[in-house]
Design a protein. Structure first.
Length: 401
């Protein structure tokens, strides 16, 4: 009645479609009595047949009907993604060869691929030179990014918020940094008016400061300290800068993060970690909104001994440490240990050990660099001199003992 069983082939015995101990039989047309029936109603096995008695709905919206009515309309989601890709490509190609803005220090440019959008933290203990280092960075960025070039396709405008000092303290430091003269020469000119060299340099520094009004502005503690004020001021500067020249990029410095307050009465009750988590979150959103680098000093918790800090030593650090794109941990052994310090440099005009400002890159989302940078610091001028690679290796050996 049935066809002969298929002889088992050893090569296909392991087929997953075979059943152990049971043969497969395929019935023929003769076996099923279908040999003499007409074939016109036979539906191929791979075609879905319309159930008997089922009629197609003439009002059904089919893909063919949609295409016929709407034409070849591109789906919105495809257009949206393609536009996003084009925008990112344009942004990337407009960044220039360096990547970001020029820090004014070659070592920092290499470490971070230039100065880029996001929150940067400069952490350190009190009285080691954080504010001086911040001011010098702000001044150098304002001076190094004034002309659009192939390497630097955007100009920098530095907006500096000092929540500690007033402008009577800040501006003399900028002149001193620019001219490499003592801060007190700028601060107390009558005392040094008989020194022609100092007076000439001081005058040149004041002129340079005035000529930089289109590249750096100072907001001191008298103007406000709350995060809402900072955001409103940034908004006003951003709008005005885009009117003047769209190639401007706003760069914000805040000294320091832990002095920022909250003006909103509903949120003012926040304190400690909750307060700084809120501020950290806002700073990150502001940086993204304005495509803006934000550089802040930050305080450490009280450290035991004179050890070098780690990222976990940042005060109230959970959220801000997470949000920051870069964390620089600063250390000044001479400031902490005085003439007992090991890491120092010597000046020909001063018998005392001079401070070496160490900047350890504790977090870096811009590149793989996580090393330590060194700067020879001259406190009375608020000026740091970048140490070349050979000197940096010598200082690194001192640190490592």
């Amino acid at each position: 009645m049935f066809a002969q069983p298929i002889t088992e082939n050893p090569e296909v015995a392991s087929s997953p479609f075979s059943t152990s101990g049971q043969e497969l039989f395929w019935p023929t047309a003769e076996d099923t009595g279908e040999a003499d029936k007409p074939k016109e109603n036979v539906v191929p096995f791979n075609t879905v047949a319309t159930p008997p008695g089922f009629e197609m709905n003439p009002n059904e919206i089919t893909p063919d009907l949609v295409r016929e009515v709407a034409g070849d309309v591109v789906p919105f989601f495809r257009t949206k993604m393609l536009n996003t890709i084009d925008a990112v490509e344009e942004y990337s190609w407009n960044r220039g060869e360096m990547g970001g803005l020029d820090w004014g220090f070659d070592s920092l440019n290499k470490a971070f691929e230039g100065l880029n959008t996001g929150v940067h933290l400069i952490g350190g203990q009190s009285n080691i030179g954080k504010s001086s280092f911040m001011l010098q960075l702000a001044w150098q960025i304002s001076q190094s990014n004034q002309v659009v070039t192939k390497e630097r396709p955007r100009k920098a405008f530095v907006l500096y918020f000092s929540l500690d000092d007033n402008n009577n303290e800040l501006l003399p430091r900028l002149v001193a940094i620019d001219q490499r003269i003592p801060i007190n020469v700028v601060r107390f000119p009558k005392k040094y008016q008989d020194n022609a060299t100092y007076m000439t340099k001081r005058a040149q520094g004041v002129i340079a400061l005035k000529q930089s009004a289109d590249y750096i502005n100072m907001q001191d503690v008298n103007n406000g300290s709350d995060i809402e004020y900072i955001q409103e001021t940034m908004e006003a500067y951003h709008v005005e800068l885009q009117k003047v020249d769209p190639t401007y990029q706003l760069v914000v410095f805040i000294d320091n993060f832990h002095d920022i307050t909250i003006g909103d009465e509903k949120l003012r009750a926040k304190s400690g970690g909750e307060k700084y988590d809120h501020i950290a979150d806002l700073l990150t959103k502001i940086a993204t909104k304005y495509d803006c680098p934000i550089v802040c000093t930050a305080e450490f918790r009280k450290l035991n001994g004179n050890r070098r800090p780690t990222p976990d030593d940042l005060r109230d650090s959970v959220k801000i440490l997470y949000e920051a794109k870069a964390v620089m941990l600063c250390y000044n052994e001479v400031s902490l240990r005085g003439q007992q310090s090991t890491v120092h440099w010597m000046r020909p005009d001063n018998p005392n050990k001079q401070p070496v400002y160490e900047v350890h890159i504790g977090k870096n989302k811009f590149s793989s660099f996580k090393g330590r940078l060194f700067f020879e610091f001259i406190p009375e001028m608020a000026y740091s001199r970048e140490v070349p690679e050979a000197g940096a290796q010598r200082y690194a050996q001192m640190v490592n003992g």
